[in-house]
Design a protein around this ligand. Structure first.
Ligand code: FES
Length: 111
């Protein structure tokens, strides 16, 4: 990677990795709620992270972690945090994108 700031290369900084100690971790980007999800489940696998929107695709409720899912409290649609896909409404899903780590920071594509 070049010495330029990630923003100059089409990326956006979410925050320092060390500041997030448990997952899913709530973050706000441009006033919208998201979760940082840790997706690697095996001990020897590299950790992977995703940014998942907390806005329910049904009618805009804000989903919350509940046991191993994200649940919308308005009409109880549920979602797999690792993929964003609904677990009770086929074909529906939360917006989801990969997160990269650069220089100890979580970064996402700015596009
Ligand atoms: S707004 Fe989320 S289930 Fe209806």
């Amino acid at each position: 990677m070049s010495n330029q700031l990630p923003e100059a290369n089409g990326f956006r900084i979410i925050g320092k990795v060390e500041d997030f100690t448990s997952f899913p971790a709530s973050v706000t980007i441009d006033r919208d709620p998201y979760f940082i999800i840790q997706t690697a489940c095996q001990e020897d696998a590299p950790q992977e992270y995703k940014l998942v929107s907390a806005i329910c695709p049904h009618a805009g409720g804000v989903v919350r972690p509940w046991e191993n899912e994200l649940i919308c409290p308005l009409h109880y649609w549920s979602f797999d945090p690792a993929t964003g896909q609904s677990t009770n409404v086929p074909g529906e899903q939360l917006d989801c994108q990969p997160i990269q780590i650069s220089d100890g920071q979580f970064i996402i594509s700015a596009s």
